[in-house]
Design a protein around this ligand. Structure first.
Ligand SMILES: NC(=O)c1ccc[n+]([C@@H]2O[C@H](COP(=O)([O-])OP(=O)(O)OC[C@H]3O[C@@H](n4cnc5c(N)ncnc54)[C@H](O)[C@@H]3O)[C@@H](O)[C@H]2O)c1
Length: 388
């Protein structure tokens, strides 16, 4: 069986998720399109790279990402570093003829994302951006029901991504709160996942009218580069520095085909953990999803009998998208890892078959252009067209 030799850049939270996904993918999706080999990993220092190698099961550690990108032992580069290095690494990888998987947001700005999109296009390499939530089986089922016309013409998309891990003023000023590294705050970090779902399920977003807020103006400075996501982290007695990104983003949406909608994203919503939701109303029914209950899709069809009107819950399982590779009984339950395992499967399959998967860098670029429009709209306080 063919092998796909993976070089990973970054050994933090997503390094763990992606390494686990490559290791587990053939156990779920068999026969595997190719066996991913965890060949080489780089981190910010030689010590971090060696630790990541030992922990995540890679054969070799590299002192610098360039060694991995230039190695002739590598077929695909997986970029799981903070947002400021995505463009440089992805463009170098494409020029070296490597296929590229890159975490979201694809880049800090639309211009950076466009340069990445152009580089992979020019090099003719397979590319994927890691908007993994769209691979949740219940979300893939929503996509299928919409494509089959089960809810008719879509009227409205309401999406939220609410978390609370940085609601405390003592949670640290990690890279996620620094514009030069992250590009934006809740917008880029979590809002982009919902923008991806809106585009994926409804269609292209052409204009936005947005507000952003920064509630906590300064946070304690974090010494190490690895973001501990603030969950249990409270830094006290250390100097504080200014936050220059949004804590919360809220936008109205206008879709190209006439649908309307809204998206809210915040990491300051006490009581919400990973509250990624959407409700979609169509002319012939509605769909409702909440990632905190990720094995369920709620549906209501306009032609349901009058005495059965209301949402009913479908539990995803073998009859649903990716069911052939996941667990054999509905509601055994999937976790975050399974969304990443499906993502790894789609990437490896696409490389094996020489065909572009979805979402690719074009999608990553479109999402970044929408994020740019949201920032511009919030500054101007007016409807703003998304760059085409
Ligand atoms: N898809 C998702 O659900 C999801 C979830 C979390 C993070 N992300 C994205 O994944 C990316 C990484 O986030 P994370 O949470 O893993 O961050 P992290 O801080 O946990 O890890 C980043 C790692 O990259 C390393 N690194 C930094 N600069 C480097 C360089 N120049 N060369 C090599 N290694 C370098 C750091 O030392 C660290 O090990 C970000 O783009 C983030 O937005 C996506």
């Amino acid at each position: 069986m063919r092998q796909l030799r993976v070089g990973m850049i970054g050994g933090g939270f997503m390094g763990k998720a992606h390494a686990l996904a490559y290791a587990a993918m053939p156990m779920f999706f068999w026969p595997a399109p190719a066996i991913p080999m965890r060949r080489m990993i780089a981190d910010a220092t030689a010590e971090l790279a060696e630790e990541a190698r030992a922990r995540f099961g890679f054969e070799k550690a590299a002192r610098d990402w360039r060694e991995v990108v230039e190695s002739d032992e590598i077929d695909a580069i997986d970029i799981v570093t903070p947002n400021d290095s995505h463009a440089e690494i992805a463009i170098a990888a494409a020029r070296a003829g490597k296929h590229v998987m890159c975490e979201k947001p694809l880049a800090r700005t639309g211009a950076e994302a466009k340069a990445m999109r152009d580089a992979v296009r020019e090099a003719g390499v397979i590319n994927m951006v890691a908007f993994n939530y769209r691979h949740t089986p219940a979300v893939a089922l929503a996509k299928k029901l919409i494509a089959d016309g089960r809810i008719g013409t879509i009227l409205n998309f309401r999406g939220t991504y609410l978390q609370d891990w940085s609601a405390s003023p003592d949670s640290p000023l990690s890279w996620r709160f620094q514009k030069k590294i992250a590009g934006s705050g809740a917008l880029g970090d979590i809002g982009t996942h919902v923008i991806d779902l809106a585009r994926h399920l409804v269609g292209e977003i052409v204009a936005v009218n947005a507000m952003t807020r920064t509630y906590i103006k300064e946070r304690p400075q974090q010494n190490s580069g690895v973001d501990k996501l603030g969950a249990a982290q409270r830094l006290t007695g250390v100097p504080k520095a200014p936050v220059d990104v949004d804590d919360e983003m809220l936008t109205l949406l206008r879709f190209g085909d006439g649908a309307i909608g809204s998206i809210e994203a915040t990491r300051n919503a006490y009581g919400r953990n990973n509250y990624l939701t959407f409700e979609i109303h169509g002319a012939a029914g509605s769909l409702c999803f909440n990632y905190e209950r990720r094995d369920e899709l709620q549906v209501m069809f306009a032609d349901d009998p009058p005495d059965c009107r209301g949402f009913r819950t479908i539990y995803t399982g073998p009859a649903h998208p990716y069911g052939e590779g996941l667990w054999p009984i509905p509601a055994l339950g999937i976790g975050y890892s399974e969304t990443k395992i499906i993502e790894a499967y789609l990437f490896v399959k696409a490389v094996s078959e020489g065909r572009q998967p979805s979402p690719g860098f074009e999608d990553g670029y479109r999402v970044s252009a929408i994020a740019d429009a949201i920032i511009a709209s919030a500054e101007r306080q007016s409807w703003t067209d998304v760059a085409s």
